[in-house]
Write a protein that binds this ligand. Structure first.
Ligand code: BG6
Length: 487
């Protein structure tokens, strides 16, 4: 046996036994701090949390007066969901929420971002509210607070009441924007004595194009560009109206803002010219939603590019749309564009991705930790934002449950470690990121992928509904406990 071989063999054997692969996640977390190398701290008071959304976890779709949503219809349409499942049952969180809040508590996080199902509160989208719908969120909020976990509620995570799609064409009509404002005001009046932070709309940048433009998500339409741009405008209007309704009906001090999947631009390499170019690209490539709500206008570049397909709008609408936000939530999973400076207009250029660019278990999820550094830094600069939350970040992984009862999701830990280091780099340089919500608390119904993709810190067996902490849960608990990434 030559030395090389024996070393490799030793490593393999030792790796399996002596180095503690079978160690429980709790043991891994208990390693004394002194043995670690210079940890990089986050600011005092940094908010650590996890996130979920209603349709992805609740199940109980026909209970307590809930109406149908466009996702019920879509998931039940043959051929739309890869593994032919639906969210009918999902994680049964509607009935298991107490247990699930225990899982949040065990991570040591002090914040939880969940979404409220609009069709539970207004089964027909508008008109008479269903009291039993909000009762559930009342109980959820009380239970969170009992455990010292701050509730961050999202009003719209894609489950539009089907009735609004049928009556008005959903987001194709500003009637839906107005119905959303009524719903927002109703929720604020009822929950804002305890819920002090509200995300209005989750990822307009995805559901508008995927749902109304490309037919990939609910409601599965392939509309012409002009109608898609108009729908996005109605979503922006809904956001602004909701901010106003929250201010009018919630308690003073209730904070509101969007949770947007910003088109994350990264300078291909960090020269001053490329950074400046990435700033310009950030503004232009986000002009259709973040831009208009933060600036109160569509950029000239956006309007020129849209041409005859540009949305129709009034000055009064732009004023509503740009009602002041208290924070901006950014969902950041992957770099979307690598940017370099160009001497041709508009002064920047996006580079093509090589086919060999690495990705995580989901093909769309390219690995580029620097995105979580640059996106908030550039957004804060471009729009002068003083409070940013990373409202989602995380990854899917294979997440096999081993015979020893463990899920060794080392790829997720690799991803989180690298992203959190870049986030810490941002906060240490003064980028105003105040908190981070890891997607997701537990495996759930991943939209068109059904239950095939797993993003949770807890593994879920969807037959038995058993929840099992993955190795990454211990990793995250450790980061949260130390308010630092390192070692
Ligand atoms: C975000 C959504 O876009 O990405 C989440 O806000 C979603 O709801 C997550 O679960 C993962 O996306 P996907 O498409 O892989 O399920």
């Amino acid at each position: 046996m030559d030395g090389k071989y024996s070393r490799r063999q030793f490593g393999k054997l030792a790796g399996l036994s002596a180095l503690g692969i079978a160690a429980t996640p709790a043991k891994a977390a208990a390693q004394p701090a002194a043995e670690r190398h210079a940890p990089a701290s986050f600011p005092d008071g940094f908010v650590w949390g996890t996130a979920t959304s209603a349709y992805q976890i609740e199940g109980a779709v026909n209970e307590d007066g809930r109406g149908r949503s466009i996702w019920d219809t879509f998931a039940h349409t043959p051929g739309k969901i890869e593994d032919r499942t639906t969210g009918d049952r999902a994680n049964e969180h509607y009935h298991r929420y107490r247990q699930d809040i225990g899982l949040i508590r065990d991570l040591g996080v002090k914040a939880y971002r969940f979404s409220i199902a609009w069709p539970r509160v207004f089964p027909e989208g508008a008109g008479a509210p269903n009291a039993r719908g909000l009762d559930f969120y009342d109980r959820l909020v009380d239970e969170l607070l009992r455990h010292g976990i701050a509730p961050y509620a999202t009003l719209y995570h894609w489950d539009l009441p089907q009735a609004l799609e049928d009556r008005f064409g959903g987001w194709r009509s500003s009637e839906t924007s107005r119905a959303f404002a009524d719903y927002a005001g109703h929720v604020a009046a009822r929950l804002c004595d305890r819920v002090t932070s509200i995300f209005t709309i989750n990822e307009a940048g995805r559901f508008v194009d995927f749902g109304y433009g490309w037919g990939i998500d609910a409601p599965g339409l392939k509309l012409p560009r002009a109608e898609v741009n108009q729908a996005r405008h109605h979503v922006a209007l809904a956001h602004g109206l909701a901010v106003q309704a929250i201010r009018a009906n919630g308690r003073a001090g209730t904070r509101a803002g969007p949770a947007e999947n910003i088109a994350a631009c990264v300078p291909a390499f960090d020269t001053a010219e490329n950074v400046r170019a990435a700033e310009m690209a950030t503004r232009e490539l986000n002009a259709g939603f973040l831009g208009v709500i933060l600036e109160g206008k569509y950029t000239d570049g956006f309007l020129q590019y849209a041409g005859k397909d540009a949305p129709k709008f009034t000055a009064a609408e732009l004023k509503i749309i740009s009602s002041a936000n208290d924070f901006v939530g950014l969902n950041i999973y992957a770099p979307q564009f690598y940017i370099v400076a160009s001497d041709k207009a508009p002064g920047w250029r996006m580079l093509p991705f090589p086919a060999s660019f690495p990705h995580m278990n989901s093909e769309w999820l390219k690995v580029g930790p620097e995105a979580i550094y640059w996106a908030p830094r550039l957004a804060a600069k471009v729009w002068n934002i003083d409070t940013i939350y990373i409202s989602e970040n995380g990854t899917s992984a294979e997440d096999k449950l081993h015979a020893d009862g463990q899920v060794y999701d080392l790829d997720r830990i690799m991803y989180l470690r690298n992203y959190l280091r870049q986030l810490q780099r941002a906060t240490s340089e003064g980028v105003p990121v105040r908190g981070y919500f890891l997607w997701s608390l537990m495996d759930n119904f991943e939209w068109i992928f059904g239950f095939e993709k797993r993003f949770g810190l807890y593994h879920v067996d969807f037959e038995t509904q058993r929840r099992t902490p993955k190795f990454s849960a211990a990793f995250y608990r450790d980061v949260v406990a130390r308010n630092a990434i390192g070692g």
